[in-house]
Design a protein around this ligand. Sequence first.
Ligand SMILES: C[S@@+](CC[C@H](N)C(=O)[O-])C[C@H]1O[C@@H](n2cnc3c(N)ncnc32)[C@H](O)[C@@H]1O
Length: 282
Amino acid sequence: MPPLARLPTHPAVERRRPIDPADSRDVALYDELPLWSALAGQLLLEHVTLASRRSVLDLGCGTGFPLLELAERLGRGAHVVGLDPWAGALARARSKIDRWCVPNASIARGNGAAMPFEDGAFDLVVSNLGLNNFEDAEGALRECRRVLQPGGILGLSSNLVGHMREWYAAFARVLEAAGDRAGLERLRSHEAHRATVPSLGARLEAAGFRVTLVRECQAVMRFANAEALLEHHFIRMGFRPAWEEIAGEESLAAVALELDRTAGESGLSLTVPLAYLEAVPA
Ligand SMILES: C[S@@+](CC[C@H](N)C(=O)[O-])C[C@H]1O[C@@H](n2cnc3c(N)ncnc32)[C@H](O)[C@@H]1O
């Protein structure tokens, strides 16, 4: 595979290091609203049932999204709690609650599969790009069922199979051309781990929910070229390590060349299909 020879040599690039989720300086920069969380968060905020909601849980709230947004949109008649095991992110969410003076938001540290809340504590539980990333999503869904009141609503957003399909198609072409069958196998199973609307629905039903609302959209992430994509800090943090595990760092250089070759004059457009589902206890 050709190396990514076009990487710029620049002092800032030389200083790059892995992003450390335990380092507060890195956590403070995690507020990924423009690029990532906001893609799904907009869909969630557009459709989530707000009327008559008084007691809300944001499961996997990270640095405070949509925890604070929901607390402010619901106003003082409601209280929103964020739950997450990530101490550094919660410290960041706490500082937003304090600095923005949002009295109806609070945080709790814990695991969604063993929540520190009483039965029926909430009338709305939301999770933005959260539950689909949990190790024990089934356990967390069972807990959602337990902590929801009768008539309560669970609202989940997730990216779907087909996520960045242009990147994965170029990746597959490169592996095919190299005859790397094992790499292709790893690529296919990596792509297939993402949810579909039917698989999300089946998961919810298996946990004792009935789906009441499905909304889908296709977000688009644009880059001038594949090098810019691979160098973007959030891509380096959230996606590149998994891509490197599939076929090694050098194969990414070949994928980048392949992607640029097929991208056309207007640069890269990567499709991100997203869904928001609401469900009630069946
Ligand atoms: C992709 S981030 C989404 C964060 C935030 N909701 C947002 O939209 O920016 C996934 C979050 O789920 C949290 N998480 C992972 N496992 C969890 C679990 N078992 N229980 C609760 N939260 C968990 C992570 O710490 C992380 O903050």
